[in-house]
Design a protein around this ligand. Structure first.
Ligand SMILES: CCCCC/C=C\C/C=C\C/C=C\C/C=C\CCCC(=O)SCCNC(=O)CCNC(=O)[C@H](O)C(C)(C)COP(=O)(O)OP(=O)(O)OC[C@H]1O[C@@H](n2cnc3c(N)ncnc32)[C@H](O)[C@@H]1OP(=O)(O)O
Length: 249
């Protein structure tokens, strides 16, 4: 079991480090355009770890507003292409995490068949978390374009603080996973500076501050898309873990 998990996590690391090219944006469910047949085969094989029918949720859908699309295209146009090395790489995003759950064989099977990644578990497009994450070429920064949906209401007309924390954990966690999968959040420290109007598109940006052995210190800011308004700031500590840590429960 531990060996299998280790192989899966190694595959995940190769997966996130694959040299994705610009994706085909025209269709909501468009798949990534791949540089080589080898890349395509690798990604298809790895995608089967997530779901038999993997849909990449970080591609545009009909619920995305103008600002979301504009920023998606802005960063996507700076992604690695056939003829030039772009500054950014888009991270694909599925509705299942790795097929693993503790709790005994019976419970594991139930959980594994029903488990859904928290941020991708609502079917109605635009109802909750719509987001796409891009990572910089040197992997020191991530930027996420996030559009909040009506199910995320906290204070009237504004985004719930827990939903904001979820997005911060997701962006910093994805960032840490790219640098050193598998990881777990050890500490998340959040300062809410100004409320986010429900339905708005905002930027969630993370930055690697330092690495110390197994520890990754990452800071994060949530701002309006023009950068003029600071909504939230956070610092996070991730620890890279051995897969046996997950088996201990
Ligand atoms: C679930 C698996 C995830 C795997 C991810 C892989 C692929 C993911 C795929 C896609 C990624 C996409 C999206 C990612 C989205 C979201 C990410 C969500 C992540 C989470 O949502 S995850 C759930 C919440 N998370 C927990 O449920 C953690 C519970 N917890 C523990 O599991 C342990 O607590 C652990 C592992 C954290 C540490 O345990 P440990 O035994 O490995 O390490 P130990 O305690 O020995 O500490 C070693 C050194 O870290 C220092 N240290 C430890 N904790 C500290 C703290 N809080 N503050 C300051 N320093 C701390 C010590 O002081 C020592 O420092 P020093 O060495 O200097 O003395």
């Amino acid at each position: 079991m531990a060996k299998n998990l280790f192989r899966i996590f190694r595959s995940f690391q190769s997966f996130v480090s694959l040299p994705f090219t610009k994706n085909q944006v025209a269709h909501p469910c468009a798949s990534v355009a791949f540089r080589t047949t080898f890349d395509r085969t690798m990604v298809q094989a790895l995608a089967s770890f997530f779901s038999p029918k993997s849909r990449d949720f970080s591609l545009p859908n009909s619920s995305w507003g103008e600002e979301m699309i504009r920023l998606y295209e802005f960063y996507n146009n700076q992604c690695e292409g056939e003829n030039h090395g772009g500054e950014w790489r888009r991270l694909p995003s599925y509705n299942r995490s790795l097929k693993y759950a503790s709790g005994g064989v019976y419970l594991s099977k139930i959980i594994q068949s029903k488990a859904r990644l928290f941020t991708r578990n609502i079917r109605e497009p635009g109802a909750a978390f719509e987001y796409v994450v891009f990572v910089s070429k040197d992997e020191q920064r991530c930027v996420c374009v996030f559009q909040s949906g009506h199910l995320l209401e906290g204070p009237p007309g504004h985004v719930h603080g827990g939903a904001i924390a979820t997005m911060i954990d997701t962006v910093t966690g994805s960032h840490a996973s790219i640098l050193s999968a598998p990881v777990m959040t050890a500490n998340l420290n959040i300062n809410y500076r100004s409320p986010i109007p429900l339905g708005n598109t905002v930027l969630v940006e993370s930055c690697l501050d330092k690495r110390e052995g197994r520890k990754l210190f990452i800071s994060c800011k949530v701002t309006s898309t023009d950068g003029s308004k600071l909504h939230t700031e956070a610092t996070a500590l991730f620890l890279s873990i051995n897969v046996s840590h997950l088996l201990r429960g």
